[in-house]
Write a protein that binds this ligand. Sequence first.
Ligand code: NAD
Length: 358
Amino acid sequence: MQNFTYQAAPMRVIFGTGTLRELPAELARLGIGRALILATPHQARQAEEIAAMIGQRGVGTFAQAEMHTPVHVTERALLRVNELDADGVVAIGGGSTTGLGKAIARRTDLPQIVVPTSYAGSEMTPILGETQDGLKTTQSSPKVLPETVIYDVDLTLTMPPSLSATSGLNAIAHAVEALYARDRNPIISLMAEEGISSLARSLPKIHVDAADVEARTDALYGAWLCGCCLGAVGMALHHKLCHTLGGTFNLPHAETHAAVLPHVLAYNASAAPQAMARIARAIGREDAAGGLFELAGAIGVQRSLRELGMREQDIDRAAGLAVTNPYWNPRPVEREAIRGLIARAWAGTAPVDDARHS
Ligand code: NAD
């Protein structure tokens, strides 16, 4: 075993079904008496329901969260925080809403309670990605970590089938890269394998029946573990590629992760055989990359970047950007091989371990 450093994040997690009912007690525990509830426009009604539920501990809602945390939206939310003299925020929703809560916390240090309703995992990380004038910047600060996270399986039952599948694969991607991270450690690797296996067994059941509570419980548990992985160790080629594709070509976040992941696994297969063996074991297949590609197909995920709106002529530019300031990766990031990887992800063909076949 290699030497390692492990640092646990200081967050309180409440997990289960019907756990949203703990929210008033959590607000009281944190001394929040004037909470602002955050959501996307799509989940505005849920924000209102929460406001009604917490009564006098809430001062209003702000249901304008957007993907990639645009700074102009954060500025509008901060105006509302000041107008209402809010002393804490409750973010209910996916990674976009969590991002807004984190952006407010970074600027105000207000306490946050996050109620995640997708599998993105942002609530477990000190990372904040923001966009301004079309540029995405990422920073890491313990200031943005929520004080409490309430996972309530009931709130995930309404997640549309396509988001359930892509968001689930997005979560798996965090755990996959944690298994071959340069700063990996045995605790996070345990969480990674358990997270991948919980999601790999539950996503096909959710695909058949979105209201399967047992499968939804397994998936949310897996997503929590995968989020811990993302928050604890460094990410590699996959996250760099998705960051580039999302930021530069405006491709949707979770869908891009889902389409790219099997191809990055094939790229890294020869350089990280132990991680691949653990991933394959977790998904119950012989081959990690091929197995995840099949899983994505089985749960109805669009497996080509072309279907997500990327143009063929952008493949070269994407390859160039991916090799600029690359993240550490178990296999060196080589332009021609990366170009081949992106071309296959664009076309949606099966992943190829080109290092083995060359
Ligand atoms: P999202 O939050 O944008 O959600 C997509 C849509 O689905 C939204 O309209 C949302 O309101 C809706 N939705 C979410 N849960 C629902 C539910 N249970 N029922 C009905 N509708 C629901 O998408 P996402 O994939 O959760 O998050 C993506 C964003 O999170 C990106 O901006 C990404 O960069 C960020 N992210 C950040 C980190 C981090 O550590 N900083 C980690 C992961 C993702």
